[in-house]
Design a protein around this ligand. Structure first.
Ligand SMILES: [Zn+2]
Length: 156
């Protein structure tokens, strides 16, 4: 079988979604908070891949919830995490596996609690709203004791 000829390749249509795709609610730049320049040495390819997945899923979550929100806390290099009051020593934020989204009115937390099916579909776990008074923490890795059938939320 020969490879597809260049002529065939040039005739291939662009994906239909390209033109009409909405702006993502959260960008990689929002997530890095400028730390990709300040801590460039710590930002490995693995972390970049994690951050891309995190941002995509968080944006889809906001789209589903119909909310536009800013990033409260994204990637935390070790030195940054150490300076965050009450941050977990092994915070998922350090590995670009978690995000805190602004949620002053609690509407996003409430929406997440009411839609565990969407969290499951998107591959997200939620820190319980009682632990996140003005923000919403979601992460793309399961919490330690999670197993299928258990809640998508957890207590820190
Ligand atoms: Zn968090």
């Amino acid at each position: 079988m020969p490879d597809a000829s260049p002529a065939r390749r040039t005739r291939r249509k662009r994906p239909a979604a390209t033109a009409a795709a909405p702006e993502p609610c959260i960008t990689l730049a929002d997530y890095y908070m400028g730390r990709d320049r300040l801590y460039a040495d710590e930002l490995t390819q693995e972390l970049v891949a994690n951050a891309q997945r995190m941002v995509a899923r968080a944006s889809e979550l906001l789209r589903r919830a119909g909310l536009r929100r800013a990033v409260n806390s994204g990637w935390r290099p070790a030195a940054v995490n150490a300076a965050v009051k009450n941050a977990a020593k092994k915070s998922r934020h350090m590995l670009c596996l978690a995000i805190d989204i602004d949620d002053d009115d609690g509407a996003l937390d409430a929406w997440c609690m009411a839609h565990p099916d969407v969290l499951e579909e998107l591959g997200l776990w939620l820190e319980h709203p009682s632990a996140t008074p003005r923000w919403c923490h979601v992460q793309i890795v399961q919490y330690g004791s999670w197993a299928p059938g258990k809640p998508r939320y957890f207590y820190p």
